[in-house]
Design a protein around this ligand. Sequence first.
Ligand SMILES: NC(=O)c1ccc[n+]([C@@H]2O[C@H](COP(=O)([O-])OP(=O)(O)OC[C@H]3O[C@@H](n4cnc5c(N)ncnc54)[C@H](OP(=O)(O)O)[C@@H]3O)[C@@H](O)[C@H]2O)c1
Length: 337
Amino acid sequence: MTAAVSDRSGLRVLLLGATGTIGQATAQALRRQGHAVVCLVRPRSGVGGRLDAAAAAALLPGCTVRTGDPTQQASIVRDGMAGERFDALVSCMASRTGAPLDAWAIDHGATLQALQAAQDSSVPHMVMLSALCVQKPLLAFQQAKRAAEQALIASGLRYSIVRPTAFFKSLSGQVERVRRGQPFLLMGDGRLTACKPISDRDLGDFIASCLTDPQRHDRVLPIGGPGPAITPREQGEHLFALLGRQPRFREVPVWVLDGVIGGLRLASRLRPSLADKAELAGIGRYYATESMLVLNPLTGRYDADATPSTGSDTLWDHYAALARGEAAPDRGDHAVF
Ligand SMILES: NC(=O)c1ccc[n+]([C@@H]2O[C@H](COP(=O)([O-])OP(=O)(O)OC[C@H]3O[C@@H](n4cnc5c(N)ncnc54)[C@H](OP(=O)(O)O)[C@@H]3O)[C@@H](O)[C@H]2O)c1
């Protein structure tokens, strides 16, 4: 583990969820912006608990890594804060599966424990990684996140709630199949939805800047990456062009997914273990039919122009790096997204 937090001119930040995709990017951004970062991680972290404490610390260079239970207020205070003063608590914790019980336990329960710890220890500012899709909360994990957001807003603490659009990792699942010569799968004609993809690094920078930018205090912050909104069909067209192949698409009607979900829900009455699969299929359907853009409450339509942009990394750069074998397609547990 890393030594004690060094004396720096920046702020002192406790980071939860540091071993996740955005947590790691946020840790690096906080360090780049000159802050001292303490990460509280589980003794076994990462996908499937494959990281021990030393391996987690290796992912978080320049940070102080402590072990404990980031889902419990007492451990956050005792093991994470360890009697030290902090200027902010940043939570990038999220259910790794999105399954209902886990979502309520982590996206809601653990976030509230973190909030309680911040309040008990007089930490003045909490930053929460949320998701843009909570603006239309139909799924369990969205409802759990939304409830946590509301608790944070009502807490009286300074807050920054960051609601990003789609991550690159969630839009890279078909790179390999296209490379293998298979068609790109589309729901409907591939123009049902659009998003403004944001890179891990740009999102990490945005989250870290919430600490020092007063415009991001006491705000709910929808945020996308640079450039115009992109549809799934455009993603496919770009991939084929990049690989020098003739575009080949397979269009799957939405009703097929509805049939699968209905079947799983019915079957889960006999085999309750299928309920999570039904929820995951529901998550897949949600993203196949709902755009990751700001929803105009007056028109009920998604609005690319109303969706703020940040950063400079583009999905096309990411696809090019994947095609060159320079970036690993690490999709974590969110393979359904
Ligand atoms: N994918 C997208 O396109 C997208 C877009 C917008 C918003 N989002 C939101 O972003 C979040 C996902 O971010 P991400 O991809 O960075 O997540 P991730 O890679 O799955 O990381 C999740 C983090 O939460 C921690 N965590 C999960 N369960 C835990 C538990 N039981 N106890 C302690 N810690 C736990 C993990 O710790 P361990 O390493 O110990 O497991 C890890 O640090 C989700 O809330 C999603 O809604 C996603």
